[in-house]
Design a protein around this ligand. Sequence first.
Ligand code: SF4
Ligand code: SF4
Ligand code: SF4
Length: 474
Amino acid sequence: MSKVNRRKFLGNIVAYNATVIIGANLLMACTKDSYGVQGSQELEHLPIQDDNPAIAFWKKKCEECGDCIEACAVKQKVFGTYQASSSKHVCIHCGSCIIECEEKALTEKYHWQDVLAAIDDPSKIVIASVSPAVRVGIGDYFDMGAGSYLVGNMVGACRSVGFDYVLDTNFSADLTIMEEAAELQKRIQQKAGMPQFTSCCPAWVKYVEIYYPSLLANLSTVRSPIAMQGSLVKSYFAHKMGIDPRTIVHVAITPCSAKKYEITRDELVIDGLRGTDIVITTRELAKLLKNRKVSLMAQTGNFDSLMSETSGAGIIFGNTGGVMQAALRTAYVNISGSNPPENLLELKQIQGLTGLKEAKVVIGSASLKVAVCYEMRNAKVLLNQVMNGTCKYDFIEVMACKGGCVGGAGQPADSSKIEKRISALNSADKLASNRYCHENPEIRKIYHDFLGEVGSPEAKKYLHTTYNDKSNLL
Ligand code: SF4
Ligand code: SF4
Ligand code: SF4
């Protein structure tokens, strides 16, 4: 549909809904199903507010095409579920509107200059932690082929620009699975809180908090890898390296706009400290490097040795289905006592760009039924099954973005490249010397030296979190 026609289409919706508000409830139900816009909408773009921690609106660039409204209402099922106005906007910070806005009138909130200011401050120790999807997206900004796996160049460039330490968030992805697989086994044994939902996508977590607060107990209590990385950088890492954690500026480099919101959550504060101080996206990393005239391809380097060792399971966290595959590898060994057969290392049924996928995994006499989805329109199908008692799954992975984090709003805009990024992470997993997080020597060491057992009080403090009913936002 052309932009002009789309504006007419939206105009019709607006007019129709204005009638609905005055008219009958039944009519309201019809329009909610067909498009989801509720209320007397006179809005031609999403009413993003200045205090949104993740999304910025640049009014002068806006052509009022309405594409952002459609993305938010149709893909993410947010706009249209409440009475929107210029002073009220509900947002899960997923960034789908950013992806749809060709005019760049919607962007992530930029924080890359804050990172440069911290790097230029000699009293600060600036630590970067880099998410898996960044290494297969950053190359697009430097004319490399789509899905180029540029981990060495990316780390070298971060060092060159002045980060004191460069760590791999994949390490905490491995930790996430250690805790989440154990949590799943406990829920199955206790027949409580089933199905278990993954919790590493903050946009999805906020969606459940707003729209399905009665299902908060189904969310895994495990923090996202970035939230875990933050709590450990300012405790375990600082202690091992002899650094005062108050001098650390921890920067998460991610494909994600929602992480900018996630780090503001008070539930993540430990001993008065926020684990992560600044989140920048892949796009912002490119801006930062270009600002300092650092050429990505001319650099090479390795992650620091502490908090950077990863398994193949941690690498695939960036893909839809990746968290589930990683979790099943460790759940398998937890339940059966041995690693899964080779054919279970890649579960094709839950890979790739289908919005809603399922698989069944037999482990001895037990079987696990799992579902994987992205975008809230697909998550809603599963959530409603849980609500009406027809859900047949034990474990559900949800990501807000198409293809998972490789398709995040902070990645290069060309979403046709998502499949190549997925393939690149899958290839790196296949080539990894170890494909199980429970066999990662550095994971074993952190439990031995710092956390104790999986699920211990220390693990609960640094690796888990809580959630809140946010239905009052509607
Ligand atoms: S998609 Fe961009 S240009 Fe179109 S209405 Fe939204 S903000 Fe404006
Ligand atoms: S970030 Fe997501 S929820 Fe927020 S306005 Fe954009 S599309 Fe809607
Ligand atoms: S899918 Fe990944 S990139 Fe997208 S909102 Fe969730 S965590 Fe962020």
